[in-house]
Design a binder for this molecule. Sequence first.
Ligand SMILES: [Zn+2]
Length: 189
Amino acid sequence: MEFGLLKGYSVHFGYEWIRHKEPKVGWAKLVWSKWALPKHCFLNWLLIRNALNTKDRLYNIGICPDELCCICGADRETISHLFQHCRYVTEFINSLCLWLNIPVPRGNGIIWLGMRNWSPVMKCVCIAVFLCAYYAVWQQRNAARIEGVIPRPTILISQCKTLMKIRILSQLSRAKKHSDREWIQHILM
Ligand SMILES: [Zn+2]
């Protein structure tokens, strides 16, 4: 059918007509959070889709001479190792959980947090922090790979906290419940 012959044609309609569609996934709302920065959302979308080019993949297609983790060098750099088991990342994530006063998630923190029966505001803040944290891990992994720079987890924690405090302050009007505001005040201290 010619678009020119259609009444009410719009670019949106044309785009929807030609684009490839897949079924909606349950975790999409967790990743595309209003509390998070768009670059954090995008990186995590790739992460949950298992679409980041970690060294195990690059090695398999002959781009990398080895598949060791860029950060610790102690194990194969897979998505699971880099974001859940690398000792550097574990220390970073544990400190963030201590700051938020929550248990350390099992598996991907975004999916795990999405399943908690917590207040919506608390869940949104924690998810935004984890979106930021995983972005920071990938950024540091790239810095380690390209420049050979590996910062200490304490510096990364401080950077992540500072960024997220500013972000939480900008969204504070969304927190109406007294318990949410009290918890937020605690993490902003
Ligand atoms: Zn590692």
